[in-house]
Design a protein around this ligand. Sequence first.
Ligand SMILES: C[S@@+](CC[C@H](N)C(=O)[O-])C[C@H]1O[C@@H](n2cnc3c(N)ncnc32)[C@H](O)[C@@H]1O
Length: 223
Amino acid sequence: MTEPIEELESSELGTKDYWEASYETEIRNYRDHGDVGEVWFDEDSQLRIIRWIERQEDRVQQDDSIIDLGCGNGMMLIELAREGYSNLTGVDYSPKAIELAQSIAKDQELDITYKVVDLLNESDVTALGRFKVVHDKGTYDAVSLHPDNFKQMREKYIESVVQLLQDDGLFILTSCNWTQMELVKSFGEVFDLHVVIPTPSFKFGGAVGNVVTSVVFVKKPVK
Ligand SMILES: C[S@@+](CC[C@H](N)C(=O)[O-])C[C@H]1O[C@@H](n2cnc3c(N)ncnc32)[C@H](O)[C@@H]1O
């Protein structure tokens, strides 16, 4: 049997109250001076993923369905829409995040579907249907910090991704809390690692590490 991974310490970043309060402030900032708010792990990591998707012309067409899990202000989808992707959905359990994302998309006259969805709620997730590309930047990290039962929450989240992804789809995941090895261990029962999107690495005391990890998973073939 493989060693279980070491769970993270729970944190307020794992609570809905934290995100609601945070997006309430971001909505105010957006209304007052047009600041769209935080893009997690900076715009470079977002751009790296978009450039990678663009190179998958044989697998991902511009009208294929793409969902962003825990979309926050929706900036990933805004950038994808600007690049010509047209079948875009963003979900977040924070109604304030969805309000902010809808305002930004409306102001930029971009057609993106947004929905308030708790990714740990089975019926919410089933109602969404299936997608060619499922994208997550920072949301699995947040789920992993859930104040109670984080292991079960992580497992529930993984079940949701299985439910949402088409059999020939791609699941793109960017994390700052888990290493590539830990992600492969956690998702490995149901997903195969397809590719690692290179991210900048740093060297400290002879050891080389990455600040963020971006991996792409595909569903394991059904036996
Ligand atoms: C670190 S932020 C990342 C936001 C955005 N993806 C980005 O890259 O800028 C995590 C997001 O996950 C959302 N989230 C956390 N748990 C969730 C859940 N169970 N269902 C849906 N969204 C969730 C939070 O509201 C927050 O918007």
